[in-house]
Design a protein. Sequence first.
Length: 148
Amino acid sequence: MKTIKQLLRPERLRQVPEQFSWVDQALVQHHLIDRCETRSAALYLFLITVSDAQGLSYYGAATLARRLHLSEEQFAAARQQLIDLDLIAYRSPLYQVLALPGTVAAPRPAPRAPAITSATTSAATGANTGGQAVSLAELLQQAQARRG
């Protein structure tokens, strides 16, 4: 019999907050989580939770160990295991949660500045350039001429 999925507590439905983090399903699908000790998994969860969009965070070792209830030695071993599994990079005081091995991130297009043409300049300067690109010097000259 197929299980029908339904919310158990609809009043507690998770929403994506402005500042969010995620756990890549490949962590389970590629059996990487199976290779982590419990302490390493706890550290990984903490780091993915507090890291920024680039996976970076800079909590100190003592703070992380205290928050995770680990001794310094246990914490160092957990961090080293994550490094050995290629899940994080570390250079004091900075941690980077890495893209999981065997996964490919979608390429991000480089941001492009819009071309300045008559459509963008005629409204601002009152000039009509026939749809041709306009240099910044020309724009400034046109603006100065309009001021008189």
